[in-house]
Design a protein around this ligand. Sequence first.
Ligand code: ZN
Length: 162
Amino acid sequence: MLDIYTIGADVLRKNAAPIEKFDDELAALVGKMFETMKLGKGVGLAAPQVGLPHRLFVIQIEGDKPRVFINPEIVETSLELDSFEEGCLSIPGVYADLDRPAAVRVQALNERGRRFTLEAEGFLARVVQHELDHLNGVLFTDRLPERSRDRLLKQYEKRMRA
Ligand code: ZN
């Protein structure tokens, strides 16, 4: 299992770099990321969360296949917004409702370097957007209104100190 970096770590605030080599090493990393995500009971995990500033994330939501996204780009978003409760393995124990586009079209490469386009909606669209934010140094709490963000992060820090 890989170590999961939590809020406060510099790597979570970096603009991650594109992946250029699609080799066995990358395949092994993808495997370890799925393993780490499952052990953490997460549904998505981005490379910066395991200390690697690379444009890569993995997702597996219930009832769906494992999905790998490398150098992903959201090319279209719906005007319609959805509210969902989000959490993050990098901010353990913090959950909050957040509005985001209800559907997205994302283009990415898989672990073999093959390009694909995915139309995601519902929970999958939510997780894709959350994970893609990680590649740009953004945490879901950044998107909350300042007052609720401050309150949640204060509670989190208090718990971490206890
Ligand atoms: Zn996260």
